[in-house]
Design a protein around this ligand. Structure first.
Ligand SMILES: NC(=O)c1ccc[n+]([C@@H]2O[C@H](COP(=O)([O-])OP(=O)(O)OC[C@H]3O[C@@H](n4cnc5c(N)ncnc54)[C@H](OP(=O)(O)O)[C@@H]3O)[C@@H](O)[C@H]2O)c1
Length: 273
């Protein structure tokens, strides 16, 4: 079945779809004919993205709101059901990057990163599940290669994303009989929006420092996410680095120790420790 055949008229909610990978994913699924629910905290960005989508013929629902607030998640799912009467796909994409070594991290940083990346996905999935059960739909978690390792200098981010793996694994078994598809996508370095911000150790947002690693295109990541939904995949790992990491985790655990030590040294150089 092609993307157009699979997604036509489906109701898809991509959290954090006003920008970045979420926007590219929502745009692709909208082009395939899905009705799209667009979210982000900044309502102007949600409005801009929806106007852009509508100009291209995509049916759009505006859902400005913060996924780390359970009441807002409940209300967003309620609006989708009132508007479209169903939900076929939930992509838990809203997320923030972060950095900081454990001893310099303010607890505010933990609250924000875990609150958005992990609790946000948990709240939204909780409220979406009864409707996904009716449609035998899909719930997808967007993780990262740093969600398979405890990355030195990025423990907040790794912890929040590793939690998604635990949740996805448990749900895959628990929801098998209900035929709800649960998948997790481990995304590698991807091109960012110019003004992307991440959370610093003191719990404040600042600009993401420039990266010199090879980065995937957002449109290619979106294509992989669409395929994972259509083929009801349990887990996919993107980029060559991701595939190498997957191999090393399974067959060369000693190499992982070396990778983590190097990451620690690189972090110290980058942030002048
Ligand atoms: N870019 C990469 O290299 C990369 C690599 C691996 C994994 N990922 C993962 O991919 C996902 C998207 O990343 P991205 O690079 O596309 O980020 P991005 O460009 O910063 O976009 C993040 C999106 O999420 C929204 N968002 C953030 N916090 C939110 C909250 N509390 N409630 C609702 N929406 C919120 C943002 O809108 P507002 O700011 O207006 O809320 C925006 O629409 C994240 O889960 C990230 O961890 C990214």
């Amino acid at each position: 079945m092609t993307g157009k055949e699979y997604f036509k008229d489906k109701v898809v909610f991509v959290t954090g779809s006003s920008k970045g990978i979420g926007k590219a994913t929502a745009a692709l699924l909208g082009d395939y004919g899905a009705r799209i629910c667009v979210n982000g905290r900044n309502s102007e960005a949600v409005e801009l993205t929806c106007s852009e989508f509508e100009a291209g013929g995509i049916t759009c629902l505006r859902l400005p709101g913060d996924v780390s607030d359970s009441e807002q998640c409940k209300s967003m799912i309620g609006k989708i059901i009132r508007e479209f009467g169903r939900l076929d796909v939930l992509v838990n994409n809203a997320g923030i990057g972060s950095h900081g070594k454990f001893k310099e991290l303010d607890v505010k940083a933990w609250d924000k990163v875990v609150g958005i990346n992990l609790m946000g996905a948990i709240y939204m999935t909780t409220y979406a599940l009864p409707y996904l059960s009716e449609t035998k739909g899909s719930v997808i978690f967007i993780s990262t290669l740093a969600g398979k390792l405890g990355m030195p200098g990025h423990s907040t981010y790794s912890v929040s994303k590793m939690g998604l793996t635990a949740l996805a694994e448990a749900m895959q078994v628990e929801l098998k009989k209900e035929r709800i598809h649960t998948g997790i996508v481990y995304v590698g370095f991807t091109e960012n929006e110019d003004n992307k911000q991440i959370l610093y150790p003191d719990g404040s947002y600042k600009k993401l420092p420039a990266r010199n690693q090879k980065q995937a295109k957002r449109e290619d990541v979106a294509m992989s996410i669409a395929k994972a939904i259509r083929r009801r995949k349990r887990s996919i790992t993107l980029t060559a680095v991701g595939k190498l990491q997957k191999f090393a985790l399974r067959f060369m655990p000693f190499a992982i120790k070396i990778i983590l030590k190097k990451a620690n040294n690189d972090y110290d150089k980058m942030y002048d420790h």
